[in-house]
Design a protein. Structure first.
Length: 398
RNA sequence: GGGCGGUUACCCAAGUGGCCAAAGGGGACUGACUGUAAAUCAGUUGGCAAAAGCCUUCGGAGGUUCGAAUCCUUCACCGCCCA
């Protein structure tokens, strides 16, 4: 179970045992295991952090089990109230279904399209009656919830803990009941929802409790805090190849091992080899990171795209040359440098433009341009900072 | 229902009449350096302006004052505690 992370050796052992047993049973019954993982449809795009559980699902698929990609259309109504600045996005059915399709498309970079069934948990959650809810709730004590670390911390800090946040676990637990699942995969933040809520409710409904497979959490591009779109440290699955490559390269060295472990297709043996080469400094960390970036781009784009992204990266950041493709801007006569920067959308305001020019951040064909106010000198490649390039041309040309 | 507190720039957060376009941190941006868009170091971080300066911003509206993020009135939203 590469990448599994229970934070508790006993639990890990228990889960491994149960999984083994369940596999034997299922084989006797001649059925595949029912495996699922849920995804919140409120954010529009998935990122590398989501792919960890998908990769695990994929392994089950490859072994012939029945995998469900569950879209949390019902649970998303509760959501995580820690995003207070966001409006309660009440998504229409059309919007959620649209998101779900987009999701699935993104997920198929990892999952096998033919073998994945997509379900929406509003199908069963929104039909629950009050009496059902009471039954669900009666399987738990307030104490169990107060014990949870994230509630506990907030409680102690005097921060609010909303009643409906407790529903989230119940709803997620009921998913397992509704689908009568054998295995649920999730991140370690889902430990309670999977192990406590899911298993308890299944027992309450006379089902065999599911086995939880708890995966490690991927840190974001800062290398420390978990990857999340709202923290802005994410690498979207849909990022274009050059951007994806660059984002991986911007990871701190310390994050490389966990990325190899959780995101790549490498086997445990290969991961170990990489870790050792880093620990013993037998390979240059930059080369290792480039290998990582290449692998990740290959997963979501292609080998070809990865090679191209790497060439581009070398060219722009190592050799400090202009990229081959860049946007173009048609120069109009009499425009100052500031006008051009503004019109080509390289800066957000003129003040910002002045500042950057003062800081020697603007170059034309490699020469620093010192005066924001001067008339634009000649056509060529205009560069702002290290990453922004525009080819400035005469108006009618091309 | 009662008591108390809060709403400040991209985010967190200080500021309780003038020295406030507003401390500090994070993030972001620029430069130097290099192994890279990492790390480190330096700088920048509301808008307009060449500049002096002007304008907009401290939840909304109104008021007091020569002068308000700071005081008053009112509205909205949020939170904690007690019941």
């Amino acid at each position: 179970m590469q990448g599994a992370e229970y934070g508790d050796a006993d639990l890990k052992k228990a889960m491994a045992n149960e999984l083994r047993q369940r596999l034997v049973e299922a084989q006797k019954e001649g059925r595949p295991l029912r495996v699922y993982c849920g995804y919140d449809p409120r954010t529009s795009d998935l990122h590398l952090g989501h792919t960890i559980t998908m990769r695990k699902l994929r392994q089950f698929q490859d072994l012939g089990h029945a995998v469900t990609f569950l879209v949390g259309t019902g649970t998303s109504m509760v959501g995580d109230p820690s995003d207070k600045d966001k409006l309660r996005a009440v998504l229409t059915k059309e919007e959620t279904e649209h998101n779900a399709r987009t999701y699935a498309e993104q997920a198929y970079h990892i999952l096998d399209r033919e073998k994945t069934s997509i379900r929406f948990n509003h199908e069963w959650l929104l039909d629950l009656k009050l009496a059902d809810l009471i039954k669900l709730a009666s399987a738990f004590t307030i104490q169990q919830f107060i014990q949870r670390e994230n509630f506990k911390l907030r409680w102690e800090k005097g921060d609010p803990v909303y009643l409906h946040e407790t529903f989230y676990a119940l709803m997620q637990g009921y998913d397992a009941v509704a689908m009568n699942t054998d295995v649920q995969v999730g991140g370690s933040d889902q430990l309670f929802n999977i192990i406590t809520a899911g298993r308890k409710l299944q027992e309450a409904y006379g089902q065999r409790p599911q086995i939880g497979i708890i995966m490690g959490i991927l840190p974001g591009t800062d290398g420390v805090v978990r990857m999340s779109k709202s923290l802005g440290n994410h690498i979207p699955i849909l990022a274009e190849s050059g951007d994806m490559y660059g984002k991986v390269m911007s990871l701190p060295d310390s994050a490389m091992p966990i990325y190899f472990k959780l995101v790549t297709r490498y086997t445990p043996v290969q991961v170990k080899a990489v870790e050792e080469s880093l620990a013993q400094a037998t390979r240059h960390p930059r080369d290792v990171k480039m290998e990582l970036a290449r692998e990740i781009v290959s997963i979501f784009h292609s080998e070809q795209a990865a090679v191209e992204a790497e060439e581009q990266f070398k060219r722009v950041f190592q050799a400090r040359q202009a990229p081959e493709d860049m946007p173009e801007y048609a120069l109009q006569s009499g425009q100052t440098l500031l006008d051009v920067l503004m019109a080509a959308k390289l800066i957000a305001s003129k003040s910002e433009g002045r500042r950057i020019v003062e800081q020697k951040g603007v170059r034309l064909d490699g020469e620093v341009l010192p005066d924001a106010q001067a008339v634009f000198p000649h056509i060529g490649v205009l560069q702002v900072g290290k990453r922004k390039f525009v080819r400035v041309k005469i108006k009618d040309e091309g």
